[in-house]
Ligand binder design. Structure first.
Ligand SMILES: NC(=O)c1ccc[n+]([C@@H]2O[C@H](COP(=O)([O-])OP(=O)(O)OC[C@H]3O[C@@H](n4cnc5c(N)ncnc54)[C@H](OP(=O)(O)O)[C@@H]3O)[C@@H](O)[C@H]2O)c1
Length: 457
């Protein structure tokens, strides 16, 4: 385990709200080594004492489930402060000059300064084995994201780059690998012979909520599908890793993305939908049309809803549609992986229309794993009836960011984003959308999306 965590942007919101509380939780549970150090780097003219006061205030506000002793213990044992401007190589090198061991450099910074910070780190003479954790979003568009990835590759070996995807730290998505590979029951049916289709869904009632500055130049395809949903697709479709070693986990995920079939121009029209919301109502809120939201440039034609149907063209999955769908200002909040199984091969009950069984739902919420199955009905045992087998998992512990920090410190990249392959999939789709080869549709805010969309609920 690496014993030095350097937080760049240590006095920012992410640090205060998530990173420091997660560290306090890990400290309380004895998960951090005794000589663990957290070096907060920020451009404010603070000393150790001022940073510690900031940390104490943050922990009081955001880590009240952790004891006061643990707050103080972490702060006194581990926290120190270095002033530096992350865009200035010399200032970064000076701030880190006392560190002789490998570090984890956590970039809790605005994306606009990721590139200069990485360049500064490249010149800072970090000890071999150091890692970098980089928050999303990666750049503001395809080009800047590519530039950023190129720079990261030039600076760190790929296995030292931890691109955060907090979707993958949430329980339903975290549980996919265990569910698939720690049971015997699912693996034999986890393939094209038994699975009819898979849906990976992220739907939000949230509209733009003042985020035009970021969202309008990004769009939901890049904000959600390009990173989060394609990563979830990897977990659902990957082959079993031979071990939990970093390489053994990465390879099968990358192979899934490589196996995703290119869409022909005709398939692009048939299998992709993009749309933006018009005015509507969600609960008791009147929602203006996206085009009328403050800060939106209507000429950009940014999509707020996207659905794409992909095929993972390999022996396990050929022919099975994987539907990835996401949207803003919709009628419900839903994060779900739904694996739809084929109907029973021989309808022994002789019903012309037996209830269609058969969906395994992994849902973001209090009942994260639900399996719909058919059983004999209680009145008539020969009349199949659909029931739900559900479960409630205990709350995640440590927190999502606690897991993420531990994984980065221990060098476990299994739930971090790794591949550039996802760009190969989304780029042609975005290009076709930009050229208007697929019409941009509209849907009323508060609805299920455009009426013409492919897979209705
Ligand atoms: N906050 C969240 O809830 C959250 C959740 C998930 C992901 N994220 C991601 O986390 C990252 C940080 O977000 P945030 O909300 O923490 O933003 P933030 O509150 O603006 O914090 C970023 C910090 O970076 C500092 N900074 C900017 N330029 C700097 C420079 N040249 N040298 C040194 N420090 C500099 C800023 O300093 P000043 O205070 O001096 O301006 C600021 O405190 C972003 O990539 C964001 O997408 C945030």
């Amino acid at each position: 385990m690496i014993r030095h965590l350097v937080i760049f942007g240590a006095a920012g919101d992410l640090s205060s709200r998530y990173l420091l509380p997660a560290l306090a939780q890990l400290y309380e549970r004895g998960k951090l080594p005794e000589d663990f150090r957290v070096i907060g780097v920020h451009r404010r003219d603070w000393d150790d004492e001022q940073f510690r006061r900031f940390a104490l205030d943050s922990l009081r506000r955001h880590a009240d489930e952790v004891s006061t002793e643990a707050h103080i213990g972490l702060i006194e044992q581990a926290l120190e402060y270095r002033r530096a401007d992350v865009t200035d190589g010399e200032s970064i090198a000076a701030a880190l000059s006392h560190l002789r061991e490998p570090i984890v450099a956590y970039l809790a910074l605005p994306p606009a300064v990721f590139e200069p910070t990485i360049t500064a780190l490249a010149g800072a003479g970090l000890a071999a084995g150091s890692r970098v954790v980089i928050e999303k979003p990666f750049g503001e568009d395809l080009e800047s994201a590519r530039r950023l990835n190129r720079l990261l590759r030039e600076t760190f070996p790929e296995n030292a780059v931890f691109r955060v995807d907090h979707f993958l730290t949430w329980q339903p998505f975290r549980s996919i690998l265990g569910l698939r590979f720690a049971n015997r029951v699912f693996e034999p049916v986890w393939n094209r012979d038994h699975v009819e289709r898979v849906e990976i869904i992220w739907e939000e009632t949230l509209a733009l909520e003042g985020r035009a500055g970021y969202f309008d130049s990004t769009g939901i395809m890049l904000d959600i599908i390009q990173n989060h949903l394609l990563q979830v697709l990897c977990l659902v479709a990957m082959e079993g890793p031979s071990s939990l070693d970093e390489g053994d986990l990465r390879r099968p995920k990358i192979e899934v993305l490589r196996a995703v079939k290119w869409l022909s121009p005709e398939e692009l029209r048939r299998r992709t939908v993009h749309a933006r919301y018009g005015e509507g109502r969600i609960g008791d809120r009147d929602i203006p049309a996206y085009m009328d939201e403050e800060g939106v440039d209507p000429d950009r034609r940014t999509e707020t809803f996207a659905e794409i149907t992909l095929e993972v063209d390999n022996r396990r999955w050929a022919g099975v549609p994987f539907v990835l769908r996401t949207g803003k200002a919709l009628g419900r909040d839903l994060g779900e992986v739904a694996v739809h199984f084929r109907p029973a091969s021989h309808p022994a009950f002789g019903q012309p229309e037996a209830p269609r069984p058969k969906v395994l739902h992994l849902v973001e919420g209090p009942d994260p794993v639900v399996l719909d199955v058919n059983v004999g009905g209680s009145a008539d045992p020969f009349e199949p009836k659909q029931i739900e087998l559900g479960t409630v998992l205990t709350p995640q512990s440590p927190s999502a960011y606690g897991h993420l920090l531990l994984d980065a410190l221990e060098g476990n990249p299994s739930l971090f984003v790794h591949a550039e392959e996802s760009w190969r999939i989304v780029e042609p789709i975005i290009e076709a959308w930009e050229k208007d080869e697929v019409p941009l549709l509209e849907y009323p805010a508060g609805s299920y999306g455009p009426a013409q969309r492919l897979a209705l609920p």
